[in-house]
Write a protein that binds this ligand. Structure first.
Ligand code: GLC
Length: 403
């Protein structure tokens, strides 16, 4: 399997000048994506540490002056006609929105494997600037808000239907909505599709949060944010950096607000919040994300795990679907609407390990490996049978090597 994956990596690696990065898939996703590259660098810690570091350095080359890390870096790749990646948001060099902020966690993994403090020192300020940007521009009561479905990384997640106010939307409707939302944001930032000033100091997005139709406090995004703040604290401590106090001051406030805002006492689980800061009403894999962050109590984790091992919910032939089988929105083949994803399994496994559920974590690991062995390195999978969807050269499915 490793040999097969090695070939996939070679196929998906790109160089632009002195920069090295890996595309999510050679044909379907031919650019560099933010959270994909964070996953890639974690995978590279098992193959080639230099590549792990280069992947991060390339990502940071796309950083805006205000600190924002864009979710796509186009580099010099050609546009694809008729591709969804061509719509609305495309400026010359990068996209104008971000993605789950996993980067500090990835750098922590690289540091733990390489002990390379010079590497961390070289990039620490840039990463720090990104987390400061998230806090200053996006956080409302310490919890960052996302302003587009793409920022969640879960493009067609049914939870967003409610935010749009749509029932059973068609693929076309979803695309139209994404386009519209993006154009509104670009208008606000005053960036035209053709402009090439993406690296200028764009306006702060905080005022935008009030008027945007889509302003969600995502449990996935924020669990990754909080876990990454711990990584920043750890790295700053190891290297004795002055930013240590920024994180030691901020973290208790974020933790307090995380519990206060996301934990639904009636249901006894953590839930994402909609635009009106109300709990959204849809059971999904997101309930396991606070275990990855390490913010759930043992009792809260135990309760969430009871959903995980339930055969009417998440424990299917190929766990873990993003929606439970019992959900009215569950679909075993539709994009982010009930399918199984290797990156989601990876988050869940890390979370289970934090709370002593090693045996269940091991089962999910074995099942994830069998799934990839029997089908291929697909983008996503049916939870009900051995069947993969999307491109079968999808780089982050190599996260099976870090489980
Ligand atoms: C899709 C996924 C997103 C990913 C991107 C590139 O848009 O939903 O999470 O980052 O593809 O792989």
């Amino acid at each position: 399997l490793k040999t097969k994956y090695d070939l996939l990596l070679k196929k998906n690696q790109r160089r632009t000048g002195s920069f090295f990065y890996t595309v999510p898939s050679s044909k379907v996703y031919p650019f560099q994506w933010l959270w994909d590259s964070c996953f890639h660098s974690i995978i590279y810690t098992h193959f080639n540490l230099d590549n792990a570091k280069s992947e991060i350095i390339s990502l940071l080359n796309g950083q805006w002056k205000n600190g924002m890390l864009p979710h796509i870096l186009f580099w010099e790749q050609k546009r694809l006609p008729n591709s969804i990646h061509n719509i609305g948001f495309r400026t010359k060099e990068t996209s104008s929105i971000t993605q789950p902020p996993l980067i500090a966690y990835s750098v922590e993994q690289i540091y733990k494997k390489s002990n390379d403090s010079a590497f961390v020192k070289k990039i620490f300020n840039k990463i720090h600037k990104y987390y400061v940007w998230l806090h200053l521009n996006r956080a409302v009561k310490y919890i960052p808000v996302i302003i587009h479905p793409w920022e969640s990384g879960l493009d067609d997640f049914p939870l967003w239907d409610f935010v749009y106010g749509l029932k059973n939307p068609s693929k076309e409707q979803l695309i139209k909505n994404k386009k519209q939302l993006l154009n509104e944001y670009l208008n606000y930032l005053n960036i035209s599709q053709k402009s090439n000033n993406t690296k200028t100091n764009a306006k702060p997005s905080k005022q935008y949060l009030k008027k945007s139709k889509f302003a969600v406090k995502s449990l996935l995004f924020n669990s990754i944010y909080l876990r990454s703040l711990y990584s920043m604290l750890f790295l700053a401590k190891q290297l004795k950096l002055r930013q240590y106090s920024y994180y030691s001051n901020l973290i208790p406030k974020v933790e307090k607000q995380f519990k206060l805002q996301f934990f639904n006492k009636k249901k006894n689980i953590f839930i994402s919040l909609n635009k009106k800061r109300q709990f959204t009403d849809m059971l999904s894999f997101e309930i396991f994300m606070p275990l990855f962050a390490g913010i759930a109590t043992q009792n809260q984790a135990d309760y969430a795990v009871s959903f995980l091992v339930d055969k009417t919910k998440f424990w299917l032939k190929n766990p873990v679907p993003v929606l439970p089988l019992c959900s009215p929105y569950f679909h075993p083949e539709k994009y982010w609407r009930g399918t199984t994803w290797i990156n989601i399994n990876w988050f869940i496994i890390k979370g289970l390990q934090n709370y002593g559920y090693d045996a269940i974590a091991k089962k999910i690991k074995q099942k994830s490996i069998s799934l990839v062995k029997k089908t291929g390195f697909y983008e996503y999978f049916s939870p009900l049978e051995y069947k993969g969807f999307g491109p079968n050269d999808f780089t982050w499915s190599g996260l099976i090597f870090d489980m």
